[in-house]
Ligand binder design. Structure first.
Ligand code: PGA
Length: 265
């Protein structure tokens, strides 16, 4: 796991966007398969990618994308659905084909059947080339709450009380927050070829420390990422504040930058 501690949101956005740009350019006309996340954490990177699309000719026209999750009960057009969120905050600003941006159907009659269908669809598309992730203050990734099997597949899940409280800021009342979702599993996410996780703020500090340095355990679901060989974590000073090895990560970055001449500042 490569941990990059950044000075501010702009620097973090550039580093995350660089990873997307590399994957998209490498795939060329074949098109990359992107794994997209909702929530506030990826927004600076999405804004930077929209800027590169508009001003630097970065094209997503050949790409396809899979979302991590969707609320059970919310139709695609609902203003708080993740189907809508990703369009409002990213997809509408780039040239990806809208029909190639896929998410679970939160209104399916049988969410378990829909979840299995969705999971198989990711595999049939050849898997995800680059997955972006946020992290919950309780250590969840997607909606894999504490207690999730490290091998879990896409499935219906019940949201933790703390997640409902965190997400109630998007809804009029706490009672309006759906209590279930269809979420990619930890096993599903772990099949992405590359992963970049980004977090900021003090309320993520314990989750980040557990994820990077704690014992691998269902208690902190993001620890499953320790088993993946290609994970980059981009965090600000506040989110990094409980990392015991923070000095080592800074030292590593100085040495790597010196030898590659990338010189992130
Ligand atoms: P946030 O949510 O990016 O809005 O902080 C992350 C998450 O809960 O996974």
């Amino acid at each position: 796991m490569e941990i990059i501690i950044v000075a501010d949101a702009d620097e973090g956005a550039r580093i995350v966007a660089d990873q997307f740009e590399q994957i998209v350019r490498e795939a060329g006309s074949t098109g990359a398969t992107l794994g997209l996340a909702t929530g506030s954490s990826p927004l600076p990177a999405y804004r930077e990618l929209i800027r590169r699309h508009r001003h630097e000719g970065l094209s997503f026209a050949a790409c396809r994308a899979f979302l991590l999750d969707e609320y059970v009960g919310l139709p695609a057009g609902h203003e708080q659905s993740y189907h809508r969120f990703i369009r409002d905050n990213f997809v509408s600003g780039i040239d990806i084909d809208d029909a190639a941006v896929i998410s679970p159907d939160g209104t399916a009659d049988d969410p378990a059947v829909e979840a299995a269908r969705y999971d198989a669809g990711i595999g049939a598309a050849g898997g995800v080339d680059l997955q972006i992730l946020g992290i919950g203050s309780n250590g969840h990734i997607a909606f894999n709450e504490p207690g999730s099997s490290l091998a879990s597949r896409t499935r219906p899940v019940v949201l933790a009380e703390s997640t409902i409280a965190d997400n109630s800021r998007y809804f009029e009342t706490r009672e309006d927050v759906p209590v279930q979702a269809i979420s990619q599993g930890l096993g599903t996410i772990g099949e992405a070829r590359r992963i970049v996780l980004t977090a900021s703020g003090q309320n993520k500090a314990e989750a980040i420390a557990q994820m990077a340095e704690g014992a691998v355990s269902a208690r902190w679901p993001a620890t499953s990422l320790q088993l993946h060989p290609e994970v980059t974590v981009v965090v600000d000073e506040a989110a990094a504040s409980r990392l015991e090895l923070a000095d080592y990560y800074r030292h590593t970055r100085r040495i790597v930058d010196h030898h590659t001449g990338t010189g992130h500042s």
